[in-house]
Write a protein that binds this ligand. Structure first.
Ligand code: AMP
Length: 281
């Protein structure tokens, strides 16, 4: 496994491979990340991952400086999975002085997470675009955990005719349903227990949908009521949205996205469930 910190060296190493699967990450890897690497490994001849905590997707008051990092452990995990290339640039390599270009995927970036975190998806789209230019993947792998991110990236790839395929992999969860996240380490034991309420709320709404409920307001109410039962949970938003536009729905459609953002103490957690797609005719 080659671990490479510069764009120039990475381009040279990438030239040795044909089809390449790519998993961009911010490191502090868990089984969610590793599931993407495994799928890339299974589908592509070679696999590259990147580890880069991207400052431009964090607002000044957010957790960039305290975001968890453990490069040695991450590299050992990637090596065990047979990763071929790992790109580990520093901030100055990705954003040299004078960098003024950004990628703006409007509308879908402004809703949900984008409404609470203005500029977040501009940072995400810009860094992922740049990583794609450096890595030149055949397929790039993203987690359903960050549902809006997958919508933004798919739209960028389509709108800018980027020559690669975006693959979205299912959310990997802890036994109590909490979606795995590098940020889960911020949770104190009592908060960690409380955090299971996110998935419970989503599952309750999903069950109502499967039972025939088609009023989006009812599904939002069910999520709010379940979250309200957990005193440590502070709701930021609950949403029932169109899977492509992310616009809020009145009537639930097949494939709609149930999502929520909740604060547990100082930690902000997000989760989602896509409702089943249109049944085939
Ligand atoms: P991050 O390091 O948080 O930027 O995540 C890197 C990639 O891993 C993104 O595509 C995430 O959506 C994905 N990911 C993070 N957590 C999970 C999870 N629990 N299950 C599946 N994919 C995940």
């Amino acid at each position: 496994m080659d671990v490479i910190a510069t764009i120039q060296d990475f381009r040279r190493a990438r030239g040795r491979f044909g089809r390449l699967g790519f998993v961009p990450t911010m490191g502090y890897l868990h089984d969610g990340h590793l599931s993407l690497v495994r799928q890339a490994r299974a589908e592509c001849g070679a696999v590259a991952a990147s580890i880069f905590v991207n400052p431009t997707q964090f607002a000044p008051h957010e957790d960039f400086s305290r975001y968890p990092r453990d490069m040695e452990r991450d590299l050992a995990l990637l090596r065990d999975l047979g990763t071929d290339l790992v790109f580990t640039p520093g901030v100055a390599e990705m954003y040299p002085p004078g960098s003024v270009t950004a990628v703006e995927v409007s509308e879908v970036s402004e809703r949900l997470e984008g409404a609470v975190r203005p500029g977040h998806f501009r940072g995400v789209a810009t860094v992922v675009c740049k990583l794609f230019n450096i890595v030149q993947p055949t397929r790039a792998y993203f987690g359903q955990k960050d549902a809006q991110q997958t919508v933004v990236i798919r739209r960028m790839v389509r709108d800018l005719a980027m020559p690669l395929e975006v693959v979205v992999c299912p959310t990997v969860r802890e036994p109590d349903g909490l979606a795995m996240s590098s940020r889960n380490v911020y949770l104190a034991p009592e908060e960690r227990r409380a955090a299971a309420v996110l998935y419970r709320a989503l599952r309750q709404a999903e069950a109502a949908y499967r039972g025939g409920e088609r009023a989006a307001a009812s599904l939002r109410r069910i999520m709010r009521d379940t979250l309200a039962g957990e005193p440590l949970a502070e709701i930021e938003y609950v949403s029932v949205a169109h899977p492509d536009s992310l616009a809020e729905l009145d009537a639930v459609i097949d494939g709609a996205l149930l999502s929520l953002a909740v604060r547990i103490g100082r930690t902000r957690l997000i989760d989602n469930i896509p409702l089943p797609p249109d049944p085939p005719d």
